[in-house]
Design a protein around this ligand. Structure first.
Ligand code: 475
Length: 829
């Protein structure tokens, strides 16, 4: 509905209420007002959560006027903007980010001191919204930060999951998942708008009618519906006074319960419909890099994109907007295939609801969507069985069929009746008949992009070659990036201060300026200061791990870190074989413990709850850790720490402390990686394969400042072609043999050989990700790491050069690339 401007006669009613004065006194007053009036408590009787909430409300108050103005302006100007459609946003904590963006950090800190409050204690109150699994969700969060900082008109659309990614605990070294009840104490950052709810329909059937002119129209007669209630989040730009919007949808039943049934005493039945509806936004699917072919997941996908499209058309467009002009007004960016059902939904709205001709609607659709692919694993390409899709969304299935029919006709025109090609390119695959969502996105999208140079190339050459040939110019690359605000400025204040001291402010929004640090790499004094920052970060991490997990971190150790989702292609097993090799060398007496470079290995990784092998690997990491850490023969020189529940909050402490970043996926499997960028920007050196964005990191930092190992993607292909037999590698390398034998012997499972047998036999007889093939090269490169770490000053120099040369990986640059190559949505200052 239209917003109704009240007859504004009072001068104060003409504009949003101005922000309170940005002084300590002003902040204190606003804070106490919020504590008293919003929380309903006195300072003296307030709980930490009350104080955290009041602080968050106060930060909001400072951003509010700008937010309201920006929303009004975005509607007024009707400039072209981005609707970023993503099933995941892995936001991390909001308080510090919003304080920073609003330049309030100091004022707020002093104001809290004035109230006798430790602001750090309040920071700890915030439960991060973990509304994503891993890289894809965190990328979306970085992108909305950059969009706001660069003043690009945009809205992020997604799902407000009541439960985000599960909380991981370990019981006897094994992963146990707990629900992530992040909303229990309420979130101060969200603004629900039940008045702007959209009705979302499902099921039912379609009916065709023909009018007097013989024009056929189809009506969808849905079977049921739910309400989509939007929750708005502020997305403040950094120091530019801009506040964009993230709009997350919650599913709510339209009828809370059936009073008649309730009165008859069947309480469960009375609320059945409500429970069913509200399940849609209940929980994030914890699968990463594998699609879940569950009806509920398709419901989630359709739910949020249908609500988002309707929201955009109803609330963002001016009343007299001519839909023919949509391509000049909006681009819907599809973050992987999860939102791709938006394509037939958009067609349905234009044709069935707005009465547009099919061809005209299709021409518009093909200009209004673009698709980002985040994977190369064939098993990760999402497909929906036709019967499931037809049952849940019968009209959409018809639309998909027609899109496919017309598309295949075009293919025939171009290539003749090449039936094999046609079968390969069809959006519908056979046995079982399913919709290939990546194909649908490719056909509908104005552009298709991969997320790193190598990935985009492989996407064109290996995954979608026929489409690349058919649509010249449609495929492009946008290498991922990360926000320097959260991952340098906030996560590493020591380094940020040092950079500002050296280069002046400004680098936070123009990260290529880090180049200026190259000169400082040659300055011994600067190197000392830089090394001190790294050491201080290790101390901070040490405190966090002691508090959080009771771990002891030796700050003199080389800190070797592998944090990412647990997946076989990422090869946590390769890291583990390195650790076991080192350990075996010492306990067998072949290596003098005192000659070993002291190292602490840190793992952080969640396994999808249904991914048995990944869970076994977690168990094995913990098992190796508990044996190695307690073995006196190691003399404390090897430590394995695996803090549970790795998340954005922990990442912000681990990454700045790391010396070595492990990016060791099998070449051709990791689309990009973004953790790799965060580590390099914080001065960790990378040991990595020629995969994903590692390739670009190495090109930028230089071979001397990067530890490269392993097969290249063509070498991987060649080895498969030749016939890969992992057991041959086992036979050929005595170190590898001893490491695997030690695991197989039960040394890490109290002599029980059966516990890790599946891991061992998987490596020896299957090894889909060629861990054994890359083992010797990895071990050799790790020896170089040890040697290099021996010269601390040289290491620090390389570390500075990593920071200096990786400014390219700012998500601001990614967004600029999206604007130039795909969106054509200039910033509106
Ligand atoms: C890639 N998540 C990284 C990153 O581009 C890349 C899949 C299915 C369901 C839910 N979540 C997923 C992913 O596939 C994912 O996170 N992919 C990652 O995207 C950003 O840097 O290489 O693995």
């Amino acid at each position: 509905q239209e917003s109704t401007p009240a007859a504004a006669s009072h001068p104060l009613a003409l504009a949003p209420v101005a922000a309170p004065p940005a002084s300590v006194d002003g902040f204190v007053r606003e804070f106490l007002r919020n504590l008293n009036f919003e929380r309903g408590v006195a300072l003296s009787s307030s709980a930490p959560n009350d104080r955290y909430m009041a602080l968050a409300y106060t930060v909001r108050d400072y951003l509010m006027a700008r937010w309201l103005e920006d929303q009004a302006r975005q509607r007024e100007l009707q400039a072209k903007g981005v609707c970023y459609l993503s099933a995941e946003y892995l936001l991390g904590r909001q308080l510090d980010n919003n304080l920073l963006a609003a330049r309030l950090t100091e004022v707020a800190t002093e104001a809290m001191v004035a109230c006798g409050i430790d602001i750090d204690e309040l920071r700890q109150q915030e439960v991060e919204p973990g509304l994503g699994n891993g890289g894809l969700g965190r990328l979306a969060a970085c992108f909305i930060d950059s969009l706001a900082t660069m003043s690009v008109p945009s809205i992020g659309y997604g799902i407000r999951y009541e439960y985000g990614i599960f909380r991981q605990t370990f019981v006897d070294g094994q992963q146990v998942e707990q629900p992530d009840a992040w909303l229990t104490l309420g979130s101060p950052w969200e603004f629900p708008h039940p008045e702007a709810a959209q009705k979302i329909f499902f099921g039912g059937h379609t009916e065709k009618t023909t009018d007097e002119q013989g024009v056929e129209t189809t009506t969808w007669v849905p079977g049921w519906h739910v309400l989509a209630v939007p929750y708005n989040y502020m997305v403040p730009g950094y120091h530019n006074g801009r506040v964009n919007t993230l709009r997350l949808w919650r599913a709510v039943a339209s009828n809370a319960f059936d009073l008649r049934i309730f009165n008859s005493g069947d309480y469960e039945e009375a609320v059945r419909a409500q429970t069913f509806a509200e399940n849609i936004s209940k929980v994030l699917y914890p699968e990463d890099s594998t699609p879940q072919g569950k009806e509920l997941r398709l419901q989630q996908q359709y739910f949020f994109v249908a609500a988002s499209i309707a929201d955009f058309l109803d609330h963002q467009l001016s009343a007299d907007f001519d839909l023919e002009n949509l391509p000049e007004r909006v681009i819907f960016q599809l973050n992987d295939t999860h939102p791709v059902i938006a394509v037939p939904e958009f067609m349905r709205v234009l044709v069935d609801e707005r009465g547009m001709e099919w061809d005209a609607a299709w021409a518009i659709t093909q200009k209004c969507f673009a698709y980002t692919c985040h994977t190369l694993l064939p098993e990760a390409l999402e497909v929906w069985p036709v019967d499931l899709l037809g049952r849940l969304l019968p009209r959409h299935l018809e639309i998909i069929y027609r899109i496919n029919e017309e598309f295949l006709l075009e293919v025939r025109e171009r290539f003749g009746d090449d039936e094999l090609r046609i079968r390969n390119m069809s959006i519908i695959s056979e046995n079982p008949r399913s919709v290939r969502m990546a194909y649908l996105a490719t056909v509908a999208g104005a552009k298709v992009n991969g997320v790193a140079e190598l990935h985009s190339q492989l996407l064109r050459e290996k995954v979608l070659p026929d489409f690349d040939e058919f649509y010249p110019g449609k495929f492009t690359n946008v290498t991922n990036g990360v926000t320097p605000r959260r991952f340098v400025r906030l996560a590493n204040p020591g380094l940020a201060g040092l950079i500002t001291e050296a280069l002046g402010a400004g680098w936070t929004v123009d990260l290529e300026r880090l180049r200026g640090l190259e000169a400082f790499a040659e300055d011994p004094e600067f190197r000392v200061k830089f090394a001190e920052v790294k050491r201080a970060n290790k101390r901070i991490l040490s405190d966090v791990l002691r508090e959080r997990d009771g771990f002891v971190l030796n700050e003199d150790h080389l800190l070797d870190v592998m944090v990412k989702r647990l997946h076989e292609y990422k090869r946590q097993m390769l890291k583990l074989l390195h650790i076991v090799t080192e350990y075996e060398g010492i306990v067998s007496g072949r290596v003098e413990a005192s000659s070993v470079q002291p190292r602490t290995f840190i793992f952080g990784a969640k396994a999808a709850p249904g991914y048995a092998m990944a869970k076994r690997i977690i168990h094995l990491i913990n098992a190796v850790g508990s044996v190695v850490n307690d073995d006196p023969r190691v003399e404390g020189r090897l430590k394995v720490l695996f803090p549970p529940n790795y998340n954005v909050t922990l990442a912000e402490r681990v990454i700045p402390a790391a010396d070595l970043s492990e990016q060791i996926s099998l070449a051709g499997k990791e689309a990009s990686g973004t953790g790799n960028m965060k580590f390099a920007l914080n001065g960790a050196l990378t040991i990595g394969t020629d995969d994903g964005a590692n390739v670009e990191i190495r090109e930028l930092v230089g071979d001397d400042n990067f530890f490269l190992f392993g097969m290249t993607e063509p070498e991987v292909e060649a080895l498969w072609a030749k016939g890969y037999k992992p057991a041959e590698f086992y036979q050929a390398d005595s170190g590898l043999r001893r490491a695997i034998d030690l695991i197989a012997s039960g040394a890490f499972s109290d002599g029980d050989r059966s516990v890790f047998e599946p891991v061992v036999s998987n490596l020896l007889y299957d090894d889909r990700f060629m861990v054994l093939a890359d083992y010797s090269s990895y071990i050799a490169e790790q020896a170089k790491v040890d040697a290099a770490y021996g010269d601390q000053d040289a290491w620090t120099r390389a570390s500075i050069l990593n920071v200096a040369r990786t400014g390219f990986f700012s998500s601001d640059r990614s967004i600029r690339d999206y604007i130039d190559r795909i969106w054509h949505t200039p910033p509106i200052l």
